[in-house]
Ligand binder design. Structure first.
Ligand code: DGY
Length: 321
């Protein structure tokens, strides 16, 4: 069909999402799924009216300024949008949308997986079995720590934080949280509110990080704040790597101040601080919080809903700016 809007798609897409893009748009797909340099991205954007990007592209002020004037909407295949300079987009009159809600459950599942894996030394156990070093059962073999009855602090009680809390309640964990604004009693469901993170940390046997990456949350979990946690506490991060000061967490994991960590996100990923690799008490995943077929399809369809609305002349439902 002629006159389909042209969309630059910066990364490879799940099959069903790519099919819909091809059906409804003049889609410039990145079939080989190569990371695009700024130059390449801008070159491919020539003649496009929209860009569908992902967190692996830095849509900074320079890149946004370089987009063709016809590009009026940037739909990111992510709920996080720290890779996009919203102010620059606003100035250029480019609408930015994201994909809230649809990855909440999958990400909360991974938070729970990390909590359990860190508490029960999943990496060490898996390695023993795989490397044929397991010598058999004994009463004091590979002792981890219970999650039942423990206190879980949620840093950033938004959609994903609340859903992680819901799952953790199923494991009989007591929920604590810190957030600028206290939730309603219905939303709190008995969770203990702390006005500041400093007030919450001493109460956290486990800490699960769910706040967005902003200049204010950069290295929020640093040496001083880790020191406030009980000895032997566990730290889990499914939000963004920049929220944790890796040097401080690695030192705390080495000293035993922090007994274990479960990390799905890293500062500078995929080039992570190599010291993590040598820590048996760190359970590490490669940013797979939303990586299920259902969720990644839903994320892609959300991008499409936003693009469809824009090109129909309606308000995109997930407009950030
Ligand atoms: C997001 O959407 O921001 C996630 O980190 C991608 O899984």
């Amino acid at each position: 069909m002629p006159n389909k809007p042209s969309v630059l798609v910066t990364r490879g897409m799940p099959r069903d999402v790519a099919a819909r893009l091809n059906r409804d748009y003049d889609a410039r797909l990145n079939v080989e799924d190569r990371l695009l340099s700024q130059d390449e991205l801008l070159r491919r954007a020539e003649g496009c009216q929209a860009v569908l990007c992902t967190p692996t592209e830095k849509m900074d002020a320079e890149t946004i300024a370089g987009l063709p004037e016809d590009v009026k909407i940037l739909a990111t295949f992510s709920v996080g949008f720290e890779h996009i300079d919203l102010e620059a987009a606003g100035k250029k009159g480019v609408i930015v949308t994201n994909t809230p809600d649809v990855l909440t459950n999958a990400t909360a599942d991974i938070a729970m997986l990390l909590i359990l894996a860190a508490a029960r030394r999943a990496y060490e156990g898996e390695r023993l079995v795989r490397e044929d070093k397991w010598i058999g059962w004994k009463p004091d073999f590979m002792l981890g720590t219970d999650v039942t009855g423990k206190r879980l602090g949620i840093l950033g009680m938004g959609r994903i934080g609340e859903t992680t809390a819901k799952r953790a309640r199923g494991f009989d964990m007591a929920i604590h949280y810190s957030k600028r604004q206290r939730l309603s009693p219905e939303q709190e469901q008995g969770a203990v509110y702390h006005q500041s993170i400093e007030a919450m940390l001493p109460q956290c046997d486990f800490l699960s990080i769910h706040c967005p990456a902003t200049p204010e949350t950069h290295h929020l979990i640093n040496e001083e704040r880790l020191a406030l946690m009980p000895d032997g506490a566990i730290v889990v991060n499914t939000a963004r790597g920049t929220i944790v000061d890796d040097t401080a967490l690695i030192a705390a994991l080495k000293s035993g101040k922090i007994a274990a960590a479960g990390l799905d996100v890293f500062e500078g990923e995929p080039k992570i601080n190599p010291a993590y690799r040598d820590l048996p008490n760190a359970f590490l995943l490669p940013h797979v919080g939303s990586a299920t077929i259902e969720t990644r399809n839903a994320m892609g369809f959300k991008c499409l809903e936003n693009l469809d609305a824009y090109f129909k002349g309606d308000a995109p439902p997930d407009r950030l700016i």
